[in-house]
Structures are given as C-alpha cells and as structure tokens.
Write a protein that binds this ligand. Sequence first.
Ligand code: MTE
Length: 330
Amino acid sequence: MHFLKDRGYVHLAGSEITPRRLYEGRREMLRSLAAGAGGIALATWASRDALAEVSRPGKLTALPGARSSVAGAMTLEKLTPYADATSYNNYYEFGTDKSDPARNAGTLKTRPWTVSVEGEIKKPKVYDIDELLKLSAMEERVYRMRCVEGWSMVIPWVGYSLAELIKRVEPTGNAKYVEFTTLADRSMMPGVGSRVLEWPYIEGLRMDEAMHPLALLTFGIYGEVLPNQNGAPVRAVVPWKYGFKSGKSIVRIRFVEKEPRTSWNKAASSEYGFYSNVNPNVDHPRWSQATERRIGEDGLFQKKRATLMFNGYEAQVGQLYAGMDLKKFF
Ligand code: MTE
C-alpha cells in the first residue's frame, strides 16, 4: 500500500487541499466571532465544526481531498472517532461480529486490483485501481452513515462523485440501473464460506441515484486510504440510504436495464428493499427506524437521536422520489 507515498496525487492541485492549519484557523475565527455579539448561536455552531477535528490518524497512506463544494456534502456534526469507525464494522465476508472485520481483514490483498466497468455503456473498460484513483480530483466529504440496524456514524470520506466515472463510460439509453459486485474470494475472506448471504455481495442503484453528486466512489477516510475493514481499495458511499447499499471492495460496476437482485433483498425481501432510503416513518418489520444510536457517544444515559428523513439529505435527494410511495418502495 506504499505506492501512493511515492507517487503522491499529481492530479490534485496543491492549492485545492485544505491544510489542517486552515481548518484550525477557521475554528479560531469562529471562536472569536462567537465571543462577540450574538455569540451563543455561533458558539454552538463553532463547537460543532466537524472539520476542525479532522486530523490524519497516521496509520495508512495519506489520501488528502479538497473540501467538497457539493451541496450537503459537509455535515457539521462531530466526527466519529477513527478508532470506532475502524473497529465497529459490517463486512460479512470477514465475519458477522462487529469486531470481526478489523480482526480478519488483514488478509485482504488490495493490489493488484481491477474494477471492470461494463454492460450498457459505450466505453466498457477494466480499470486498474491506480488509474481509477486518478480519474477525478479527490474530495473530502463528511457524511452521516446510518446502518439499517439502528446505529450511525459521521465519517470524513475521500473520493469523487460516482457520476464522474459514469460520464466517462457513456451509458446507452438502455442503462437504467447500476449494479455493484464486490470481491468474494474464499482464500482471503473467511466469511465467504458461510451461508449467511449469497456471495458475491451485490448492490445496486437506479441510474439517477447513481448520477446524484452525493453518491461517492470512495477510496479513503480521515485523509488516508481506506482500511481493509472499511472496504479497501474502493467502495460506494450513498449517504441517504442505509449502509448496506454502500458495497465494499468493488470489483465490477455493471450498467443494466433491469433492477439488480441485491444480496440483502435476496436474503430477506420483506426486510430489505431495493431502495432502502433512510426513513424514520417506515419501520423495519422487526424494529423501529425512528431513532438511532451514534457510535462513539453511547453510554447508559445517552439519549438516542431521531433519525432524519433520507438521513438528513432530503433537500438534496428528495426530488428523486417525488410521487413514489416510499412505504411500497422501501
Ligand atoms: N459490503 C460488503 N461487501 N459486505 C458487507 O457485509 N456491509 C454493509 C456495507 N457494505 C457490507 C458491505 C453494511 S450493513 C454497512 S452498515 C456498511 O457497509 C458499513 O460500513 P462501515 O463498516 O465502513 O461503517
């Protein structure tokens, strides 16, 4: 994984990267503003400035991103500590306990790695991961991640809009959906022997969802390349949907005419719909989705948080579902 250190990110202009001291400068400015008139509201806002807390854990290869200007991409909530985001995971190919992926994913080899982009497109291509990394400028985006199980995190992701890749491969008029296939290699993934899901793990999006600027093709977190347990070397992050829609360790992206059959939908179609938009008003058949537990801040007396419609991204994505019965298309 040291390849990046040597090469750096030549495609990313140095001036686009927001250095840490700028974040800190901004925090200072907010503090001094907060001390003045109307200080209370500003002080609250300043203390919630998530970016003020971004710093590299210094564990993996650096992968900086320019602060994103995409609407809604920069949640100001407090970041989940790196240690929690990288030790409490769902990645069933490495086991079903939350601590299994961090313990077992060391066996995942992320080089060489290719992603085959195929199907209803004019320019099918097998991308080497290092080429895919350089396809578009890296951005940092602070997204809430809400798991269908009722917990959430706030993570600074690094990547670029999936739309950047989609535009380059020129979908045909028959491309109505995008299907993501992730790695299923028994030699590296102990969980692939289990029958908990059908392997490989498959996910999908409708074309307009995949083209939405918030849908992120993700290569890093906290300014570094993705740890294996978080889906190295490349994963999807679709912040307005339950976390299982965001497939990890992608090896194939296929453009298709029909709605893809996704792994969780095949496993329990009455529980996990194709859309799976975060929705506090549509309960899972076995539990409520109205509230959530924020990882890293839970204690005995910690109050649960109210889950937000579309995970808080309603202003940005709500129109994609205008006129749809969200109880039916859950
Ligand atoms: N991708 C694969 N290949 N296998 C998985 O088991 N779990 C999903 C999703 N992507 C999963 C996956 C679920 S249920 C969630 S909540 C998120 O990954 C968790 O991402 P995180 O561990 O980075 O927070």
